[in-house]
Write a protein that binds this ligand. Structure first.
Ligand code: NAD
Ligand code: UDP
Length: 319
């Protein structure tokens, strides 16, 4: 791999910080841009003295003028409680942020990768979801700022590609977990682990029969790097995730078993527009990127539990 100047937006977040680690290991220069909306300096503190790492506080809804070869556009809150906290800002980050980053890519003739999401499929009627499926998304609901924001971002990416020849890579990320998830982000794996570690009840929303497919962060970052380095003719969209599907009830039981302790399972109302099922069809990723996930759920959960144990049980210290 040739050494490049690489911009990572959202680089102080969960996925972004792991991506910065890997890019530096590959010998690149990394400019990490973040407004710390959900990310924290603690995620990248170990990189601050690295000679090829630079950190900039910046909100991508405002233009950015820097010199780079590649852009990974990850900036956007990803957990429902965070993206619903300020839904207008979420849509602005997806739409204005993408316009600004695509404008930068156009000016610099830089390749740009968009962290899109399985949420573009909404509550799907097609299962598992292939990239050709257009989705079933509520345009007015509590998840719409994120779902429709990310759909509009995809539209912008493909229009900049067709209209201006920008080299794009669109990656549809399915639920991903691992160390450096925010302990209070409300996502199911961080919630269940924190609850089990603290001896609190595990909160299952609905009857727990809804499904998700969870990908470990190392597998996700490997796919991201492969996609960025793939042929310029391949734009995606490409699904990246682990096809192993599990019900939320089974997940709760598994985490409780792995953590140990005396927590109980309790059932709470299902949030609105919560998808019933989700599983990626990763045939395209396999054929175009030679990629498939390697880390099994039990192993990934063990690493994640060890991380949450290591940061202690006072999440406020890590916010
Ligand atoms: P995260 O919340 O940990 O990271 C997002 C980062 O973006 C944070 O550091 C946050 O401070 C920053 N940010 C938010 N708005 C910004 C703005 N306007 N300007 C600059 N920085 C801003 O989330 P994550 O899990 O690391 O997700 C990263 C990307 O991957 C997001 O775009 C998300 O939509 C996408 N994604 C993640 C998952 C997942 O399961 N983790 C699934 C699908 C898609
Ligand atoms: N969920 C749950 N208990 C929690 C948090 C989430 O049962 O404490 C459920 C949630 O309703 C959803 C699934 O777990 O069905 C995954 O939720 P998450 O917010 O992690 O991701 P997303 O819904 O965006 O896939």
């Amino acid at each position: 791999m040739n050494n490049k100047k690489i911009l990572v937006t959202g680089g102080a977040g969960f996925l972004g910080s792991h991506l910065c680690d890997r890019l530096l290991e590959c010998g690149h220069e990394v400019l990490c841009v973040d407004n710390y909306y959900t990310g924290t300096k603690s995620n990248i503190i170990h990189l601050l003295s690295h000679p090829h790492f630079e950190l900039m506080r910046h909100d991508i809804t405002f233009p950015l003028y820097v010199e780079v070869d590649h852009i990974y556009n990850l900036a956007c809150p990803a957990s429902p409680i965070h993206y619903q906290h300020d839904p207008v800002q979420t849509t602005k980050t997806c739409v204005h942020g993408s316009i600004n980053m695509l404008g930068l890519a156009k000016r610099m003739h830089a390749r740009i990768l968009q962290a899109s999401t399985s949420e573009v499929y909404g509550d799907p009627e097609v299962h598992p979801q292939p990239e050709s499926y257009w989705g079933r998304v509520n345009p007015m609901g509590s998840r719409s700022c994120y779902d429709e924001g990310k759909r509009c971002a995809e539209t912008l990416f493909f229009d900049y590609h067709r209209q201006h020849g920008v080299e794009i890579k669109v990656m549809r990320i399915f639920n991903t977990y691992g160390p450096r998830m925010h302990p209070q982000d409300g996502r199911v794996i961080s919630n269940f682990i924190m609850q089990a570690l603290q001896g609190h009840d595990l909160t299952i929303f609905g009857d727990g029969q809804q499904t998700r497919s969870f990908c470990y962060v190392d597998d996700m970052i490997e796919a991201m790097l492969r996609l960025m380095e793939s042929s310029s003719l391949f734009t995606g969209p490409v699904n990246i995730g682990n096809p192993q599907e599990i019900t939320i009830l089974e997940l709760a039981e598994k985490i409780l078993y792995l953590v140990g302790g005396k927590s109980k399972l309790i059932f709470l109302p299902l949030p609105s527009d919560d998808p019933r099922q989700r599983q990626p069809d990763i045939s395209l990723a396999k054929s175009k990127l030679g990629w498939a996930p390697k880390v099994a759920l039990d192993e990934g959960l063990q690493h994640t539990i060890a991380y949450f144990r290591s940061i202690g049980l006072s999440p406020s210290q890590n916010c």
